[in-house]
Design a protein around this ligand. Structure first.
Ligand SMILES: O=P(O)(O)OC[C@H]1O[C@H](OP(=O)(O)OP(=O)(O)O)[C@H](O)[C@@H]1O
Ligand SMILES: Nc1ncnc2[nH]cnc12
Length: 175
């Protein structure tokens, strides 16, 4: 890859800049080098929340763990995991969901989030949206608020983002 800085890092820097200076619109480069603002919906979400340090990054097992901690560190916020069934110690809450080719169950520790906390959910891929929807339900069960969902890849034909409406799903790459 010829880029000096990873796309994801650029994207998070853009979030931060926009959050601090709410009116600014900072163009971002995508893979083909064109200037664009693919994360504008996330900008708009963040403009409503002046104190991002109250927020939590929630990442989904397994590949959400690659990106979630990186973003959490960038944003200066905490990270809480959602795992597949049977992986987390202590009392958990659980939601069953359906993927295109399987059924699964996602869990969170029941005290992972506080009521009113603002949450960004991250995963590598949005396909049918079943996984992100399950994550959304786990967050809401703890009376926390989902600011936005963030994925690296979105498979547009499966219309997964529709399951999350009106929550914004921001994707870096769409197929
Ligand atoms: O939008 P959806 O249809 O719910 O699909 C997206 C999910 O599918 C993949 O994980 P998978 O469940 O295959 O598990 P893995 O992380 O163990 O590969 C991917 O990492 C997402 O979490
Ligand atoms: N429908 C899908 N297509 C490709 N990869 C996936 N991972 C999970 N669901 C998927």
């Amino acid at each position: 890859m010829s880029r000096k800085r990873p796309l994801l890092v650029d994207s998070v820097d853009t979030w931060r800049s926009d959050h601090a200076v709410s009116k600014s619109k900072i163009p971002q480069r995508v893979n083909d080098g064109r200037e664009t603002e693919p994360d504008r919906p996330v900008h708009q979400n963040f403009q409503r929340f002046p104190n991002e340090r109250d927020s939590v990054q929630v990442g989904i097992d397994a590949r959400g763990f690659l990106f979630g901690p990186l973003l959490a560190q960038r944003l200066g916020i905490g990270f809480a995991p959602i795992r597949k069934k049977g992986k987390l110690p202590g009392p958990t809450i659980s939601v069953s969901y359906t993927l295109e080719y399987a059924k699964a169950e996602a869990e969170m520790q029941e005290d992972a989030l506080s009521a009113g906390q603002k949450v960004l959910i991250i995963d590598d891929l949005l396909a049918t949206g079943g996984t992100l929807q399950a994550a959304y339900k786990l967050v809401k069960q703890q009376q926390a608020e989902v600011l936005a969902c963030l994925v690296v890849i979105e498979l547009k034909d499966l219309n997964g983002a529709d399951k999350l409406k009106p929550t914004t799903v921001f994707s870096l790459v769409q197929y």
